[in-house]
Ligand binder design. Sequence first.
Ligand code: HEM
Length: 119
Amino acid sequence: YTGDNILFPALEQSMMAVVLINEKDEVLFFNRSAEKLWGYQRQEVLGKDVSGLVPSYLKGIHSGFISHNREGGEARVEGMSRELLLERKDGSTVWTRFSLSKVDVGGRLHYLALVRDAS
Ligand code: HEM
């Protein structure tokens, strides 16, 4: 497969919510399904720290989870292939299924979360 700029629309139009963060934990990509699931428009989250997408009770500790993984965790992030309670912009909550992948871009570690409603 040689590309043809299909991957971007494929990710953008995926039924899974797609969130990609860069090596500084900033949100690089937030697709249409992610906007629906979280209730945020992409312009509200792009370039900002991923902690804005994490439920209030985890905000203080979640960045520690990420840095711990950056400093030597597995390629497949086992701890995040599971159901998590997502908190929307309006404060309501929904059970979701997360699959998290580590994406190595020339030594810069990104993370890709694929998320769906599991309620
Ligand atoms: C770890 C929750 C969003 C990246 C964790 C952990 C929890 C958690 C509880 C600790 C590991 C575990 O017990 O499974 C959440 C919730 C989210 C959210 C509730 C939003 C509703 C994200 C997003 C990303 C991300 C969007 C990145 C795209 C990570 C990473 C770890 C982690 C890299 C370390 C995992 C490990 O070392 O196993 N998260 N998270 N999280 N999270 Fe999140």
